[in-house]
Design a protein around this ligand. Structure first.
Ligand SMILES: Nc1ncnc2c1ncn2[C@@H]1O[C@H](COP(=O)(O)OP(=O)(O)OP(=O)(O)O)[C@@H](O)[C@H]1O
Length: 209
């Protein structure tokens, strides 16, 4: 388990979404969306297909700009410095973002060069140690998802943005993810997750889109 002090985080601060609006193409997806998230907090994004959950996560990750409103970190514009914003978060999209020809271990080595971290420990955290030398392309879909989730265990980041993190996972893997989420929150991290499936995030607030 990591800690704020070990990670050199200092205070987490507060993430605040203020009156966000989002357009995709020529369509308004949502508007007037506001919330706050503090250290240790968790927010579940709920809503029908197409409601805008993935769009909101991409917006929070700084990948698409808000059409209106502001995203604040400790009261300052979080998106003014995209590099600093990217450094404080991990974003896991629908896609696993793996290189098929690289082994599981090599895929994590790539990310460890960006963020640092313990590759062997991250593989262990998602129970992939025994498959570490297999190319990602031959992993099963649940194993690929676990390898994507191993990025969370690699090196700390204050804010985890997770899009359908449990799709394809078996019950034991969901439980292991629950352990990662709990440790992250206990260390002062925060989580925002979009899901249609039960997710082990006790006490999470819900935001319906
Ligand atoms: N690149 C894009 N260009 C135009 N429209 C888009 C784009 N990406 C998404 N959309 C549209 O934005 C709307 C919201 O999509 P989004 O993926 O955010 O929904 P979601 O709530 O995550 O859905 P799901 O539960 O199916 O994952 C949808 O109507 C979708 O067609």
């Amino acid at each position: 388990m990591f800690s704020c002090a070990a990670a050199g985080w200092g205070e987490f601060g507060v993430l605040e979404a203020r009156d966000l609006a989002c357009w995709r193409g020529d369509r308004a997806i949502f508007a007037g969306l506001s919330f706050q998230l503090e250290a240790g907090g968790a927010l579940l994004l709920l809503g029908a297909n197409g409601a805008g959950k993935s769009s909101l996560l991409r917006l929070l990750a700084g990948l698409i700009p808000p059409a209106e409103g502001a995203l604040l970190w400790d009261g300052a514009d979080a998106l003014a410095d995209r590099v600093a914003h990217a450094a404080r978060l991990r974003y896991l999209s629908h896609q696993d973002a793996l290189k098929p020809s690289l082994t599981a271990r090599e895929n994590l080595l790539f990310y460890s060069r960006l963020w640092g971290g313990d590759v062997a420990g991250a593989l262990e955290a998602v129970d992939l140690t025994d498959l570490a030398e297999l190319p990602a392309r031959i992993l099963s879909s649940g194993q690929k998802r676990r390898l994507a989730l191993a990025r969370l265990a690699l090196a700390p980041a204050r804010l985890w943005l997770l899009d359908e993190p449990t799709v394809g996972l078996d019950a034991a893997s969901v439980a292991r993810l629950g352990g990662l989420l709990a440790a992250h929150r206990a260390a002062g991290g925060a989580v925002i997750a979009a899901t249609h499936l039960p997710l082990p995030l006790p006490g999470a607030r819900e935001l319906a889109l």
